[in-house]
Design a protein around this ligand. Structure first.
Ligand code: C2E
Ligand code: MG
Ligand code: MG
Length: 650
């Protein structure tokens, strides 16, 4: 009896020893999975659909490891348990292995396919996987355990390895062939996960007693979690909200799905460089705390000084913004008491419907455009993107697209307007003026496209093209240089910011064999204010090279006589507004007379722009204006018409 009891105990200990030996890895792996689950489920998520896929993977991994442990325990106790129960436990484990092998492929599909296509293709797999599992369930399975060695085998096991192998190969193939379209981190995560799977599956297939597949499942989940799905990587710890990476991931998703969201940007700016007054960052922290009170919104930190709030409800957004206005005022009063004064400024811009734009780039340029359009000096500016802003935004992008296509398809044209000398009574120069010819033959005027070109940087390409065309014309039609002293070409501020402006000019003019003295560059006062330091150095390079300068648009906006003194220009061009004013206001008349006198005293010549009638011409002659430009002589015209005009006059 005692011997029998001892044998039972001994048998029990032996089995327990085999079980413990074989489930050590699986148990520690399942503990790691549970820990990740706790971190993942407890942290605030943004609502990405990849988060759902990862949740599926986590749950799948948990059950796979659980069935693995269960099957080992059951196999070790097969003498006491019903055969069917052991068989079911083994097959459950095998079926869960197939789903886990598919998980990697599933994850890659989220990156490669648009969401709708992803959902369609995933439905196919959700049909294939149960079919494969049924096949495995129908095939016989056997198992082996002796001492510490435990494993399952037979057709069901072989078939499982085959199905898993197909999924792994499909994933590896997709990752490699589509690597250009896969985000780098996802590429690393998925390919290392799959490589791990391949190695462990092969090792376990060849050595069934090494039960390491469960371990590699846990490692795969760990890699995914740390490289891609760790919610901590989507948080801005300082401000206590989501970060811009999270924002753009989520925005990409809502634009792809065409979801309607109400998007509000809060911009925090300091109007002073005084650090002690630099309260914008405090106000941003305070705003983030204020916004945290509300449910059903998500707050993200975008740029260094911008918070973005997303909400599904325009009413809720209105309520929050209104309450924020009061909160902000109260906060300012508090700051004012503590620090005597504040120079911070907050701009709040809301786009009530995200479906009005196509992507996040468009969204933020629209929001920024609306913010910049406000001229209010108030410390809190609240605006909505209205239909006017939207129209302006679309027009801006249409024009930018027109400029790009015109440059690519050589539809940028140069018109020429002659400039008449009152002293010599003939044309002595001309101004080159850019035009964009639409594909349908109509023209876009510079008034419309130059500001867009300046904002988008396309002005650089326009400037180069205009210079190229002027040089080509001067080298092709030598008579122009005989009749005219030089051609005036406009230069924008943005062009002066190029480090290689002078080198490019020299390259283009010398390629066409043009004498630099035949070019006069028109600069504006804005150019001289904004880039004054580098401007003078660059101008010197041009002057030494023989190029002369005109000061364009003099009298438009706030003219500063000091610039005339400081800038090495040889001509002052009186703006059309000033000329028009000359004929209606006595004061303007004095200004023109004085400017002409001053310019002459400084040894400069004066051009009057916008002369449209004989009366205007005569008045300008009486004022001793040197040169006349205006519709009275000619509108800007195309090169052939221009050449015949100056040739006839000559
Ligand atoms: P701007 O340099 O002051 O050029 C003179 C503008 O006055 C031209 O307008 C010309 O057509 C117009 N104008 C001349 N005479 C008369 C007149 O008698 N009556 C009236 N009503 N207008 C007259 P446009 O060609 O529309 O150019 C507008 C502005 O666009 C230019 O002003 C210049 O600032 C800019 N722009 C034109 N081409 C270029 C370019 O190639 N590069 C750069 N950066 N700016 C350019
Ligand atoms: Mg000009
Ligand atoms: Mg002008």
């Amino acid at each position: 009896m005692i011997l029998f009891m001892l044998r039972i105990v001994e048998d029990y200990v032996r089995k327990a020893e085999a079980v413990v030996y074989n489930i050590q890895i699986q148990t520690s792996s399942i503990l790691v999975i549970v820990t990740i689950m706790i971190f993942f489920f407890l942290s605030k998520k943004i609502g990405l659909f990849t988060e759902k896929v990862f949740t599926r993977i986590l749950i799948g991994a948990f059950f796979c490891l659980l069935f693995d442990i269960l099957s080992i325990v059951f196999i070790c106790n097969d003498d006491t348990l019903p055969h069917l129960l052991v068989e079911i436990s083994c097959k459950l484990y095998l079926a869960s292995l197939i789903s886990m092998a598919f998980a990697g492929f599933d994850y890659i599909l989220t990156e490669l396919l648009p969401e709708k296509t992803y959902h369609k293709s995933i439905m196919i797999f959700f049909t294939v996987i149960p079919i494969e599992s049924i096949v495995v369930f129908c095939l016989p399975v056997s198992w082996y355990h002796k001492g510490r060695t435990v494993y399952s085998m037979g057709p069901a096991t072989t078939m499982t390895y085959l199905f898993a192998f197909i999924f792994i190969i499909a994933t590896i193939y997709t990752v490699i062939t589509k690597r250009d379209r896969i985000n780098k981190r996802r590429f690393i995560a998925t390919s290392s996960w799959m490589a791990l799977w391949m190695i462990t599956a092969m090792v376990q297939f060849l050595n069934p007693e090494l039960l390491i597949v469960g371990f590699s499942i846990m490692l795969g989940v760990l890699i995914l979690f740390f490289l891609l799905e760790n919610p901590a990587s989507l948080h801005d710890k300082r401000v206590g909200c989501f970060n811009s990476h999270a924002l753009f991931l989520f925005l990409d998703q809502i634009f792809e799905r065409g979801e309607k969201y109400c998007i509000t940007s809060f911009f925090f700016e300091d109007n002073t460089s005084d650090e002690t007054l630099g309260t914008s960052s405090n106000i941003m922290m305070n705003t983030a705390t204020f916004l945290r009170r509300y449910r059903n919104i998500a707050v993200y930190k975008n740029l260094e000084n911008e918070l973005v709030m997303l909400s599904k409800s325009p009413e809720l957004t209105d309520k929050i913004v209104t309450e924020y206005r009061d909160h902000y005022r109260a906060h300012l009063v508090r700051i004012a008491k503590e620090r005597s004064r504040t120079k911070a400024r907050v701009s709040v811009v809301t786009l009530p419907d995200s479906t009005l734009v196509k992507n996040s780039d468009a969204l933020f340029s629209l929001i920024h455009m609306t913010k910049d359009a406000s001229s209010s000096g108030s410390s809190l500016v609240i605006q909505n993107v209205d239909s006017e802003n939207l129209k302006k935004y679309y027009r801006f992008h249409e024009v930018a697209a027109e400029i790009r296509s015109a440059l690519d398809e050589d539809r940028l044209e140069v018109f020429y307007q002659p400039i008449f000398s009152t002293e010599r009574n003939c044309y002595v120069s001309c101004e080159a003026l850019a035009r964009i010819r639409r594909a349908d033959g109509t023209l876009i005027s510079p008034g419309e496209f130059i500001p867009v070109a300046e904002d988008t940087g396309l002005i650089i390409r326009i400037g180069d093209r205009v210079l190229e065309k002027v040089c080509a014309l001067l080298s092709e039609r030598k008579e122009i240089s005989k009749i005219l002293d030089y051609v005036e070409i406009n230069l924008s501020v943005a062009q002066f910011k190029q480090a290689d402006l002078f080198e490019k000019f020299v390259e283009i003019t010398s390629r066409y064999g043009i004498d630099p003295a035949k070019i006069n560059l028109e600069i504006t006062e804005t150019a001289s204010i904004e880039t004054k330091n580098t401007l003078l150095d660059t101008m010197k390079l041009f002057l030494d090279h023989g190029v002369s300068f005109s000061l364009d648009d003099f009298g438009k906006g706030q003219s500063n006589l000091m610039y005339v003194v400081e800038m090495p220009v040889s001509i002052i061009k009186l703006d059309m507004d000033m000329i028009k004013a000359y004929f209606v206001e006595n004061k303007a008349k004095h200004v023109v007379s004085t400017t002409v006198k001053m310019a002459h005293d400084l040894g400069l010549h004066v051009v009057a722009e916008g002369i449209e009638s004989e009366h205007e011409l005569d008045s300008m002659r009486n004022e001793n204006i040197d040169f006349i430009q205006g519709y009275y002589f000619s509108r800007p015209v195309l090169k052939d018409e221009f050449i015949s005009l100056i040739s006839k006059a000559g």
